[in-house]
Design a protein around this ligand. Structure first.
Ligand SMILES: NC(=O)c1ccc[n+]([C@@H]2O[C@H](COP(=O)([O-])OP(=O)(O)OC[C@H]3O[C@@H](n4cnc5c(N)ncnc54)[C@H](OP(=O)(O)O)[C@@H]3O)[C@@H](O)[C@H]2O)c1
Length: 292
């Protein structure tokens, strides 16, 4: 694999091939970072790497991975270890919402797999590398829509009832709970922070392309209302701030809205619920829950 420049920060950014992540990748590369963009589609990946090549001081490299399965996440981690000698920031930005309940090849509900379990497993696989690169950061793109959800720890696979928006909101609640629990578990002297951010409502991205018709229509209508929603540039800026702002190299365990730590829904803040989710997640991805 190609040798990458190591004199600047190395940022791994999932979901960097479109929407918020694509703009975030460009911004981070413009600031001098080496950005390892992860996505499913080689053409979109080549496009983001090429588009960013000309006008940035950093670099963008593409790594193809479908984060829906455990083996793909593990393969990605191995590829990243091979390609870079350190990781200064791991940004979990990939996300999806699907109309009908779908199971991955591992038999896991797809929204949970991509939006929550992939960040859990990828962080697990790369944590030693992050710690060795300290100061380092884990950043998670969350969503304020998590407030509409309950975790339903007794039915994480959503077998009883499936609604696309509820499943998406639940996955975001899970990923916030994961971030806060991770921050608590990381030893104080490890030099690794973990924070998550609500980027704002961005109707123009591809996030809702597989959503039910009524959701797509609601998003389209909302996007036409002046003052509702955020531009993709502003949303990307909010994500990038957690990577670049000195403050988030010191602050850990924050859920950030409009640039400031905010209180997430009570389930995400509840240590008992977080601990149960942590163990259930470890079980679903097949790792020892006693980490980091
Ligand atoms: N748009 C909003 O209003 C909003 C609000 C709050 C939070 N967010 C969050 O912001 C993040 C970015 O979303 P976006 O709005 O920019 O949507 P987007 O344009 O659809 O981007 C989603 C990204 O995730 C990647 N992705 C999706 N499924 C994947 C998989 N199975 N494996 C690997 N990569 C996968 C996509 O890559 P490919 O399709 O190229 O593979 C794409 O790069 C998501 O986490 C989303 O939940 C969005």
């Amino acid at each position: 694999m190609t040798e990458h420049a190591t004199d600047d920060r190395v940022v791994v950014l999932t979901g960097g091939t479109s929407g918020i992540g694509r703009v975030a990748a460009r911004n981070l590369a413009a600031g001098g970072a080496t950005v390892a963009v992860v996505g499913r589609d080689r053409e979109r990946g080549a496009d983001v790497a090429d588009a960013d090549a000309g006008d940035t001081s950093g670099e963008v490299w593409f790594h193809r991975a479908d984060l829906a399965t455990k083996s793909a996440v593990r393969d990605l981690a191995a590829e990243l270890r091979d390609a870079y000698d350190r990781i200064d920031a791991l940004v979990h930005n990939a996300g999806l919402s699907v109309d009908a309940r779908t199971e991955t090849a591992d038999g896991i509900e797809l929204t949970l797999a991509v939006n929550h379990l992939a960040p859990y497993l990828l962080t697990h696989e790369l944590f030693d590398m992050l710690a060795a690169s300290a100061p380092a950061r884990v950043v998670v793109t969350a969503s304020d829509v998590h407030r509409r959800a309950t975790l339903a720890l007794d039915d994480l696979q959503l077998t009883r009832e499936y609604d696309a928006l509820a499943a998406y909101a639940r996955s975001k609640l899970a990923t916030i709970a994961f971030t806060l629990e991770l921050a608590d578990r990381i030893p104080d002297d490890a030099g690794v922070t973990a924070n998550c951010v609500h980027p704002g409502f961005v109707p123009s991205t591809g996030l809702f392309r597989d959503a039910p018709l009524r959701t797509r229509l609601a998003v389209r209508v909302a996007g036409l209302i002046p003052g509702v929603g955020t531009t993709v540039e502003d949303a990307a800026g909010r994500v990038c701030r957690l990577v670049t702002d000195e403050r988030f190299g010191e602050t850990t365990g924050a859920y950030v809205v409009d640039g400031e730590p905010a209180s997430p829904a009570s389930e995400a803040a509840d240590p008992g619920i977080r601990a149960r989710l942590w163990t259930a997640s470890a079980d679903l991805v097949g790792v020892d829950p006693d980490w980091p």
